[in-house]
Design a protein around this ligand. Structure first.
Ligand SMILES: Cc1cc2nc3c(=O)[nH]c(=O)nc-3n(C[C@H](O)[C@H](O)[C@H](O)COP(=O)(O)O)c2cc1C
Length: 338
């Protein structure tokens, strides 16, 4: 007998797919989603995902092994598609028999989905448009995340509520769709599950869990912030299309403007190609996020956070956050059916 019968019933498909108690993923957060948080999420009944980010295959190998030492529950690995060693990273996941690989940051390159499926891994993709979602499903993706612009980190242009209305009626009956972006409480989870979502993915709400290794200054910045402090970065130059990033407003935004100016300059002088320019921007973000998460420089680093940051008020164990979300969802569903 579960304490959350209505919510778990609607989460069943998603939880069966993930192998977790609840279909709540903690989205990968570079520097934050390492062994401690990932294991705590999975041990708490959710589904933790290691953020590979810019890690080398050797580092990923060590991180997976260390996570396995902390949990016997399933967890996933998030790989960025533009990583130059994507093939090797997939091989590392294969050697560890990672059950689920999330491919983030763009359309999966040719052969990547197939090589994950070849070792028995399930593939989760991000789908920015309905047309692309259908194409990715046809080419073997097992599940997808739709993520609205309320989210922390790299974002698309459309809100979660609109994406949910576009995707769920069309795809949810036959496919596993997880909804992400702006979810801070269980009432929202209930709403998306009732619309057909297989589950949800949260990042911001989990970033300051007790088990998160994020610097105390990073966590304090979250506790102080309100929704309107989590702003999207601005594109400086039309010739250099950069994916916007949502983070807490600080001096780091000016540094990003300077970085864009520098990269646009070398692009203009044809010293580098567009792909290399975009990779440089991504390296910049990885470094800026590290500065905030690891070093605690919340003024000049990038304090990536979603609009739900205003609902993050204190450190809580991951298991407690998950239990709260489930209880809120259950209460909402119970009120509606009363
Ligand atoms: C600090 C931070 C870092 C993130 N880093 C990554 C990342 O490395 N890869 C990725 O796919 N998503 C990343 N995300 C997005 C999360 O995985 C998740 O999808 C998102 O946080 C969900 O929206 P929410 O923040 O509104 O809960 C990051 C989010 C945050 C807040």
């Amino acid at each position: 007998m579960t304490a959350f019968p209505k919510t778990t019933a609607l989460m069943r498909r998603g939880a069966d797919f993930l192998g977790s108690d609840f279909a709540i993923l903690c989205g990968a957060m570079s520097w934050v989603s390492e062994r401690n948080l990932v294991a705590a999420i999975s041990n708490g009944g959710g589904f933790g995902v290691i953020a590979c980010g810019a890690m080398t295959p050797e580092l990923l190998d060590a991180e997976i092994a260390a996570t396995k030492a902390l949990t016997e529950r399933p967890f996933g690995v998030n790989l960025i598609t533009m990583h130059p060693q994507l093939t090797e990273l997939i091989a590392v996941c294969g050697r560890h028999e990672v059950g689920h690989v999330v491919l983030a940051g763009g359309i999966p390159p040719k052969g990547s989905v197939e090589s994950i499926k070849a070792f028995g891994g399930k593939v989760i993709v991000f789908a920015p448009t309905l047309a692309l979602a259908k194409k990715l499903l046809r080419s073997g993706a097992d599940a997808m995340v739709i993520e609205g612009m309320e989210a922390g980190g790299h974002i698309g242009p459309v809100s979660t509520s609109v994406l949910a209305q576009e995707f769920l009626p069309e795809l949810a009956a036959d496919h596993l769709v997880f909804v992400a972006g702006g979810i801070g409480r269980g009432e929202a989870i209930a709403g998306y599950l009732e619309m057909g979502a297989a589950g949800v993915q949260l990042g911001t709400r989990f970033a300051c869990a007790t088990e998160s290794v994020a610097h105390p200054a990073f966590k304090q910045a979250f506790f102080r912030a309100s929704a309107r402090d989590a702003v999207a970065s601005v594109q400086l130059d039309a010739r250099l299309p950069v994916i916007p990033v949502r983070a807490l407003r600080n001096k780091g935004a000016e540094l990003f403007t300077a970085k864009q100016r520098e990269v646009a300059g070398v692009l203009d002088r044809e010293e580098i190609a567009m792909a290399e320019a975009q990779l440089q921007i991504e390296h910049y973000w990885a470094g800026a996020l590290r500065r905030a998460v690891v070093d605690g420089d919340i003024e000049h680093g990038s304090v990536m956070a979603g609009q739900s940051v205003g609902m993050v008020k204190e450190e809580e164990p991951a298991a407690q956050i998950i239990a709260k979300l489930m209880a809120e969802s259950e209460a909402a569903m119970t009120r509606r059916s009363a």
